[in-house]
Design a protein around this ligand. Structure first.
Ligand code: F6P
Length: 365
């Protein structure tokens, strides 16, 4: 009987997930004595009855590296440690099914698990490793907010989408002499907003790491409208906030969804600018999930493929309790203990921020 490795994708989807899956399968095939299983919708596939686990082989991964999303599905609700259950009174609560999951993995003959996901998923990887299970993490997120790796795959594709949006908004803004506020994703990190603002030549970039002061933005707008036919482009990260304000979010009512739903800052900013006397026409564009759907850029396909090959080689080397990471120019492994609950935020003193300031982008401070 072949040795078995199980692959799961958890959290929000991200361009490049399929390229990681394909790379794992193709690398495993070279060994000849391994079978790769995929758990459908993160670890739900292991925990539901009947189980929802598929064999991933050459055939079903052929050509998937160019496809967005994940062929084995994902979820950002619940999970083995907080499995949602409905009480008799109709209210939802959660139970810890992690021990049961380990037993189910043993029953399936799974020797190692490769868990592809963001911060929440890697926390789960660490918890399972601490319980003695053979877990390896692969960092995924368009937000690029995971620590220990220079980049996560999916980030460059999201930046490209956001940059394309800036490029398009420039032409309509210039035609109408308007101000456009483009809200982009990133959670509490401003990587996508800052990168797209530099790449697209925006006038203002507002990121969570640098709380904004409305007057600075108004000064910049006024300068842009000194010309007869002025316009302005503001890129705002969903997690941005003013010096006196709070992050804009709504609580989710979805069962098992623990994250705050960030968003709404573009609209709020326009209202703040109006209330402060800005008279120009202002429009908002919320880019949303367009940033993480669709085909990955070549850069993300390559990084994802490198991560997949490395992850399987870590299985062979029994490097459990570790996560794959990119440390230019190498693909390395780092202990999950160095990753869990730590984040990669934009350093306000970094060269990227200095570059933005250097070309005249207002950071709101
Ligand atoms: O982490 C990726 C991300 O796309 C964030 O940028 C965003 O806040 C969040 O996921 C939205 O996730 P969903 O709509 O799937 O709950």
């Amino acid at each position: 009987m072949k040795k078995r490795v199980l692959v799961a994708t958890g959290g929000g989807d991200c361009p490049g997930l399929n390229a990681v899956i394909r790379a794992i399968v193709n690398r495993a095939k070279k060994e000849g004595d391994w079978e790769v299983l995929g758990s459908i919708n993160a670890f739900d596939g292991i925990l539901v009855d009947p189980q929802n686990v598929i064999v991933l082989d050459e055939e079903n991964v052929a050509g998937i590296h160019i496809r967005g999303g994940t062929i084995i599905g994902t979820t950002n609700k619940g999970g083995p440690f907080e499995w949602p259950v409905k009480n008799s009174d109709g209210a939802w609560t959660s139970v810890d099914r992690s021990d049961e999951m380990i037993r189910r993995l043993q029953f399936l003959g799974v020797e190692a698990v490769i868990n592809i996901g963001g911060d929440g998923s890697q926390e789960i990887s660490k918890k399972f490793y601490d319980k003695g299970a053979n877990f390896i993490g692969v960092p995924k997120t368009i937000d690029n907010d995971l620590t220990a790796t220079d980049f996560t795959f999916g980030f460059q594709t999201a930046v490209q989408e956001a940059t394309t949006a800036v490029d398009k908004l420039v032409t309509t803004a210039a035609s109408h002499n308007r101000i456009f506020v483009l809200e982009v994703m990133g959670r509490y990190a401003g990587w996508i907003a800052l990168s797209a603002a530099i790449a697209g030549g925006a006038d203002v970039a507002l990121i969570p790491e640098i709380p904004y002061n409305l007057n600075c933005i108004i000064d910049k707008i006024n300068k842009r409208f000194e010309k007869k036919r002025g316009f302005a482009i503001i890129v705002v990260a969903e997690g941005a906030k003013s010096v006196s304000g709070k992050t804009h979010y709504t609580e989710s009512s979805e069962v098992g969804y623990k994250n705050k739903k960030l968003g709404g800052i573009a609209n709020q900013l326009i209202n703040e600018l109006k209330a402060s006397g800005v008279e120009q026409d202002m429009r908002e564009t919320v880019l949303g999930h367009l940033q993480r759907g669709g085909t990955p850029l070549a850069y993300d396909r390559i990084l994802a493929t490198q991560f997949g090959v490395k992850a399987f080689e870590m299985v062979l080397e029994k490097k459990f309790g570790q996560m794959v990471a990119y440390r230019h120019p190498d693909i390395v492994s780092v202990p999950l203990s160095e990753v869990a609950n730590k984040y990669n935020y934009v350093n306000p003193d970094s060269d990227l921020v200095k570059t933005a300031r250097g070309v005249g982008i207002c950071l709101g401070d």
